[in-house]
Design a binder for this molecule. Structure first.
Ligand code: HEC
Ligand code: HEC
Length: 609
């Protein structure tokens, strides 16, 4: 609970921290503090009006009369000795200063409050590397009291916070995105809210135990270190994840003894040289294979997943405890497509059957009772009506209500990306062409969880003795739609719980959950497709842009070997280049070495080969 409380404080409109002399901002804050909970949160009820933060409506109903405080109902009741607002039994009273602010704001014309997005820019205080280490150090030291320092890990947003081009709403989005991806990689019921260590919310802590990440070596998988725990990690099927490309240690800084000492303590207490990750990198890396699979501990075959979720597809097929819809025209696949839903331990389990071709046993109207490989050879009870599919896409509810995804070939073996001839992602969410990549691509398209299905073409298609079976498995569209709606609602409820502390601020408090962006892809896609300019590169390294520019000018390694020349002429380096690991280090790490800004942690392959 503690972490949530801290988040809520942070999520208040930023004006809360500022000594801002903008009257509107302050008046809004006073009304929000003292009136909103009865006059706004749940709309009007019990004879109360419900729009204290809506200036237009307040003016229309004479709650405010511009320039005339005495005639304004809200001010009149504020100072009414016999019938005050808030009601007498409310202990927390508006201060004299707050009442005065409201008066002045009305007298000044009661201009509309700024939307949170255009609240006056508040000068952020940059956070230095040394402060970052100090905060982590203090947090770890406190955790050490209960022997839990070794479970503490951190995510940093300092390199974004320190960049004036990154807006405050964007900063909130990063926190929400981090919370969503972490909870999307958890098999526990409780939602985990990363705890900010500073009031500006630039360094966030988690306890690995809250995600069970200590049990399965997940942090080691992320940083790319060889596991030092017993037990086998799942085998890697494709290009292994090479590790965290921004890993630097800071205990050998030539001219900051204080930083060196703090860093040493931090590594010792946390038990790792890489206790902190950049949140923007993590959101992108962890939402794509191989990390997405490794952190979720996804099995290699869908059959094993189904066992884990207590779904027996063959048995459900026999006893008519699954529902299906098949359609000739899918909105994502160029072939016909079949989707089915099962009940599972944590809620629902949806699965699609996808096809490469459109002939033979890929034609669903003729072969709706597959898949043929659902039963051992020749044992399928509807052998002659069983389709043969080429791929599958699975979505299921995690214990906390968020969704997880898996993509397989026709044999149920997990794959990283779907062949483009089966399904396509024209928006290229993963930044790697139109193929659908498991995790990120699914999240982006399925931003509200479920997607409405086209009309089923199968239910009425077959005659003869299998007709009844087909009708039992392929229900009316109405029935399917209701299931989809229920599942969508459950998902959105969970998403709301995760993002609310960060994004439900100011005017967005009452916004429909569907109007918020899908936070993971809203951050990961631009990150993966984007670049790094001089300012951002400098901030990531821990320099002023001018310092980096000067260094590039005189240092041939930076300029030519690492290709940073482009930065000093106002260009951008591709993000993927900046963090690509060619041999053991990334260009970022090589640049840090060159500039004596840290010692790279060697990136080992996950399973030492
Ligand atoms: C604990 C709940 C609560 C809080 C907090 C509260 N109110 Fe009220 N308010 C009520 C209730 C209930 C009524 C209706 C009964 C009444 O008029 O006394 C009401 C009525 C009013 C009315 C009369 C409606 C009208 O059309 O004239 C005004 C104005 C008002 N409140 C202003 C405020 C202001 C301003 C604040 C904050 C400084 C505030 N209230 C805080 C519960 C609350
Ligand atoms: C380009 C957008 C897009 C992407 C990416 C995408 N889907 Fe879908 N998905 C759809 C559409 C559209 C439907 C509705 C059925 C149809 O038209 O094929 C759907 C339906 C589904 C269904 C049936 C339940 C429902 O919501 O209707 C499942 C299961 C599914 N997709 C799984 C996945 C998985 C797993 C991934 C990632 C590997 C994924 N999808 C990626 C567009 C997408």
């Amino acid at each position: 609970m503690r972490s949530l409380a801290v988040c809520l404080v942070l999520a208040l409109p930023l004006a809360a921290h500022a000594q801002d002399d903008d009257l509107g901002v302050q008046a809004r804050k006073a009304l929000e503090t003292h009136c909103y909970r009865c006059h706004g949160k749940d709309g009007s009820s019990k004879g109360r009006f419900g729009y204290v933060l809506d200036v237009k409506k307040m003016a229309e109903s004479k709650k405010i009369v511009a320039k005339k405080a005495a005639e304004s109902r809200i001010y009149a009741r504020l100072i009414d000795p016999d019938d005050p607002m808030p009601p007498e039994d409310v202990k927390a009273r508006p201060s004299r200063a707050e009442i005065e602010i409201i008066r002045k704001w009305i007298e000044a014309g009661a201009t509309d409050f700024a939307e949170p997005d255009d609240l006056p820019e508040i000068k952020r205080k940059p956070v230095t590397l040394r402060e970052t280490f100090q905060l982590m150090h203090d947090h770890l030291l406190a955790a050490e009291q209960t022997d839990s320092a070794k479970y503490q890990r951190f995510f940093t947003l300092t390199h974004l916070h320190n960049n004036p081009k990154v807006t405050d709403p964007q900063m909130r989005l990063y926190r929400a995105g981090l919370a969503k991806i972490l909870n999307s990689l958890s098999w526990r019921k409780a939602i985990v809210y990363p705890t900010p260590l500073d009031v500006q919310g630039t360094i966030l802590a988690i306890d690995l135990r809250d995600l069970d990440w200590d049990l399965n070596g997940n942090w080691l998988k992320v940083i790319g270190a060889a596991p030092d725990i017993k037990g086998k990690l799942p085998p890697l099927t494709v290009e292994p994840h090479k590790g965290y490309p921004y890993a630097l240690t800071h205990e050998r800084n030539p001219d900051d003894a204080k930083l060196n000492a703090l860093a040493k303590q931090v590594y010792r207490l946390a038990g790792t040289e890489v206790p902190a990750l950049r949140a923007d990198w993590f959101i992108a890396a962890a939402s794509l294979p191989p990390l997405y699979h490794e952190l979720l501990n996804l099995p290699e075959y869908v059959g094993d997943l189904e066992q884990q979720l207590k779904v027996n597809v063959a048995y459900n097929f026999l006893r008519d405890k699954l529902v299906r819809a098949g359609f000739g025209k899918s909105n994502v696949s160029s072939q016909n497509r079949l989707v089915e839903r099962h009940d599972a331990t944590f809620g629902m389990y949806w699965k699609s059957y996808d096809f490469k071709g459109d002939d033979g046993r890929a034609v669903l109207v003729r072969f709706p009772l597959g898949p043929l490989n659902l039963f051992p050879a020749t044992r399928h009870p509807y052998q002659d009506q069983a389709f043969v599919h080429d791929g599958g896409e699975m979505i299921w509810a995690l214990p906390n209500g968020l969704h997880a995804y898996m993509l397989t070939n026709g044999n149920g073996k997990r794959i990283d990306s779907g062949p483009a001839e089966v399904v396509r992602d024209e928006k290229e969410t993963a930044g790697r062409g139109p193929a659908i990549f498991n995790g990120l691509s699914c999240m982006a398209c399925h931003k509200h969880g479920m997607i409405e299905l086209p009309r089923d073409d199968i239910r009425g298609a077959l005659q003869g003795k299998v007709r009844d079976k087909v009708r039992r498995l392929y229900p009316e569209k109405k029935f399917m739609d209701r299931l989809l709606e229920d599942d969508e609602r459950d998902y959105l409820t969970a998403v709301d719980r995760v993002i609310a502390p960060y994004l439900r601020v100011g005017a967005d408090k009452k916004k429909d959950i569907k109007q918020f962006p899908e936070v993971v892809s809203a951050l990961a896609t631009p990150y993966l497709k984007g670049g790094v300019d001089l300012d951002q590169a400098a901030l990531e390294l821990g320099l002023e842009p001018a310092e980096l520019k000067a260094a590039i000018k005189v240092n041939g390694t930076l300029r030519d070997l690492l290709g940073l020349r482009v930065l000093s002429s106002g260009g951008q380096l591709k993000r993927q280049t900046w963090e690509s690991v060619r041999e053991v280090y990334s260009p970022f790490q090589d640049a840090a070495v060159e500039l004596q800004l840290g010692t790279p942690v060697r990136l080992r392959r996950l399973l030492a080969d």
